[in-house]
Design a protein around this ligand. Structure first.
Ligand code: TXA
Ligand code: MG
Length: 342
């Protein structure tokens, strides 16, 4: 569901740098109940005070986000988590110690101070401590739990650069912090950490292998592979066609350059996104290299940015070479499959 720009009252969007003074001014806006976009190592987030219902509603408005999709709450240190969650089960404790600050969100039983608008009526809340130094300084200055979804218009690829945020959100939020490009480039791993065995609801930079190392076991929810119970999905966000560029996206198996060529010939405005390993075989014309099979982090880092660039250039068809769905490749392929869904 896209929000119509015309229906929204335009806001005056202040742009901030990452100086000490600017990060303090940006935090002041959050304390006043305003919305501010901030950089993190996964993607940029669109933040507001998670204890202020009115402020949180502004996030949903700015994004055009359905109200049944809960938001992640960001804090700057583990010491503060007890203010917002009822308990920290053993697995959550282990994961928190191992991978926070970092690209990981833990679903935990929420305390009442977190607005029901944040949790979309659920009894749980997703908490994350980002790694990005700018994000943490900003959050520390806010001294509040900051609810923040990815700072894109609902349905489009998450923003991994300041420019992406400006493209989507100028006039829709009160502030944007101009930080670095997001290092990971895909959203955090969402883990339900309430039960005996941690369950991955959305794959990301913290991989199943990494979770298993710490907890001994891990379950990957079936929605990760594209099977979603639309009536009652565990992670409500997974039922929406996310991460999608405007162009049609078609996935092709690793190395099948013949099929890529054939698909590209069918539609004039086609572009092939392939990995380093296939560049030579395909030839360079009408292709963009998105990273390496051997180094899936590179593909994760580039995917959303390249999707947006393809849209800007007006391509109608994107032919995307698959990578192996292990480690962070699982997260890459999860986003790729969802983008390819009709
Ligand atoms: O990396 C990230 O996670 C970024 C940055 C800004 O932190 N945020 C982000 O938020 O991706 P968003 O709103 O785009 O995605 C949050 C995902 C959704 O799929 C949502 O359904 C799920 O987390 N989620 C949030 N709270 C939940 C809860 N209590 N139970 C189950 N799933 C939840
Ligand atoms: Mg999002």
């Amino acid at each position: 569901m896209m929000a119509k720009k015309g229906r929204l009252e335009l806001k005056e969007t202040k742009l901030f740098h990452t100086t000490k003074e600017d990060l303090e001014s940006a935090a002041q806006l959050i304390r006043e109940g305003k919305t501010v976009i901030f950089p993190t190592e996964t993607v940029y987030g669109l933040g507001a005070n998670a204890m202020d219902e009115k402020a949180v509603r502004e996030i949903f408005k700015a994004k055009g986000r359905p109200a049944d999709n809960p938001l992640i709450v960001h804090i700057d240190s583990l010491e503060k988590i007890g203010r917002y969650v009822k308990e920290l089960p053993r697995n959550a404790q282990l994961l928190a110690e191992a991978y926070w600050p970092g690209p990981m969100t833990l679903i935990l039983p929420k305390k009442e101070c977190i607005s029901d608008v944040v949790s979309a009526g659920l009894m749980t809340v997703g908490i994350r401590i980002p790694q990005s130094a700018v994000a943490r300084e900003f959050l520390k200055n806010c001294d509040l739990p900051v609810a923040a979804p990815s700072a894109n218009l609902s349905g489009s690829p998450s923003p991994t650069t300041f420019e992406h945020c400006k493209d989507d959100m100028m006039g829709r939020v009160d502030g944007i912090i101009c930080g670095e490009d997001s290092a990971v480039g895909l959203e955090s791993t969402v883990i339900d950490a309430c039960g005996e065995i941690p369950v991955i609801l959305r794959p990301g930079g913290i991989t199943p292998e990494m979770i298993k190392t710490v907890c001994g076991d891990v379950i990957v929810d079936k929605s990760v592979d594209g099977v979603v119970d639309t009536e009652k999905p565990k992670s409500p966000g997974m039922k929406y066609r996310h991460y999608a560029p405007n162009a049609e996206v078609i996935l092709v198996k690793y190395g099948d350059t013949e099929k890529m060529r054939k698909l590209a010939e069918e539609v004039k405005e086609s572009i092939v996104l392939l990995t380093e390993e296939s560049v030579e075989n395909f030839g360079r014309e009408s292709a963009i290299c998105i990273g390496s099979q051997k180094n899936p982090e590179t593909v994760a880092h580039n995917l959303f940015r390249v999707f947006r660039e393809c849209d800007k250039k007006g391509y109608k068809r994107i032919i995307l070479e698959e990578i192996e769905d292990k480690e962070i490749g699982l997260a890459v392929m999860n986003r790729a499959k969802r983008a390819a869904k009709k």
